[in-house]
Design a protein around this ligand. Structure first.
Ligand code: DGL
Length: 275
């Protein structure tokens, strides 16, 4: 494992984490970033706990080998199913000086200030919903909030297959929003608990009733990372600051480049890697 300074590693099962990387780079353009998408094995959202943990551990290990001292799991499914075990079991063995952070905690930290009715909805992959991580984390910070989780198994495939503007997307977005609000009509805030979902934001806004606050996590994750680096200057010092972003994928580089450009809003070059 390289001990010299390195980029911030950003990991997702596929393209979704690019919505997080985009916000992080907007806030902290000075750093170098290395994005890894495990596109060959995405989606993670319907996979078992053990498999998501194993894949995520391989990804973290790879990013550490590439010189990253700090890795962001820009994937709710990986944050829900693998983060804690990686932090507690793997990091002490791999390198206790390195850090792995997730996207759920920074999102949960803002919800107490946003919801007035104290009824909050979570829209996420079946894996994230089944893990109940959002419920548990919200209960720690805002125990008076009632949380209702809605699994949206079709939303990631719609995004991965570039169907986010199609009539099919209207059907599935509307179906899940109506189901969530039927289960708890008092919900006034909905967390988009999957990093793919910002691509469906147009349709989500269209079907979400006026007055329901849609919580997108990218900017909160970026803000929380900036605060973390201010509180941990020893980590900030270990990050190279050349202002670059590199992209790696476990799938074909050409396919990744074309789709990732939509998420990032800019052309990019990717390299295929094996985990
Ligand atoms: N983008 C990931 C998340 O935030 C999930 C995508 C997947 O199912 O692989 O949960």
């Amino acid at each position: 494992m390289v001990n010299a300074k390195g980029p911030i590693g950003v990991f997702d099962s596929g393209y979704g984490g690019l919505t997080i990387l985009r916000q992080i780079r907007r806030l902290m353009p000075q750093y170098d970033y290395l994005y890894l998408g495990d596109n060959a094995r995405a989606p993670y959202g319907t996979r078992s706990f053990d498999i998501v943990y194993e894949f995520t551990r391989q990804a973290v290990r790879h990013l550490f080998d590439q010189g990253c001292h700090l890795v962001i799991l820009a994937c709710n499914t990986a944050s829900a199913k693998a983060l804690r075990t990686i932090q507690q079991k793997d990091l002490p063995q791999l390198d206790p000086q390195r850090r792995v952070l997730g996207v759920i905690r920074p999102t949960v930290e803002v919800v107490g200030d946003i919801s007035k009715s104290r009824h909050v909805g979570i829209m996420a992959t079946p894996g994230t919903i089944r893990s109940r991580t959002y419920e548990l984390e919200i209960a720690k910070l805002s125990p008076d909030i009632q949380v209702t989780g809605e699994a949206c198994p079709m939303w990631v495939p719609l995004v991965e297959n570039e169907e986010y503007d199609s009539p099919g997307a209207d059907y599935f977005v509307r179906q899940r929003i109506e189901s969530l609000l039927r289960r708890d009509p008092l919900i006034d805030s909905v967390i988009l608990g999957c990093t793919h979902y910002p691509l469906l934001l147009g349709k989500i806004r269209q079907y979400m009733p006026q007055g329901v606050h849609i919580i997108e996590q990218g900017s909160y994750v970026a803000q929380s990372l900036q605060n973390y680096l201010l509180r941990h200057p020893e980590m900030a010092e270990r990050i190279t600051a050349g202002g670059t972003a590199r992209f790696q994928t476990t799938e074909q580089a050409e396919a990744f480049q074309a789709k990732a450009a939509v998420f990032m809003g800019a052309q990019l070059e990717a390299q295929r890697v094996q985990l």
